[in-house]
Design a protein around this ligand. Structure first.
Ligand SMILES: [Zn+2]
Length: 80
């Protein structure tokens, strides 16, 4: 993990502001979704990339109960 040199304060509602320099660097725009990961004592933010809930494929996705399922898994489930 690389130190960015930026500091963010948490406000009284638990929010942080991602510094504009980092938003520009990572092409983050208002309305984008970030996924939150934890690793030991660290919180890691990553651009949310939708993937199939069953196999992790990121292509040919259809919404499935607020998650996604790929066309290959739809075919496999349909064949059962
Ligand atoms: Zn799948």
């Amino acid at each position: 993990m690389k130190r960015s040199g930026d500091l963010c304060k948490i406000d009284n509602l638990g929010r942080i502001v991602i510094p504009v320099r980092l938003r520009r660097k990572f092409d983050l725009k208002s309305g984008d979704t970030l996924e939150v990961f934890t690793e030991e004592n660290n919180i890691i933010l990553q651009r949310y990339i939708p993937s199939c809930v069953f196999c992790g494929n990121e292509d040919n996705l259809s919404p499935f109960d607020e998650k996604y399922i790929c066309s290959q898994c739809i075919q496999k489930i349909s064949a059962l």
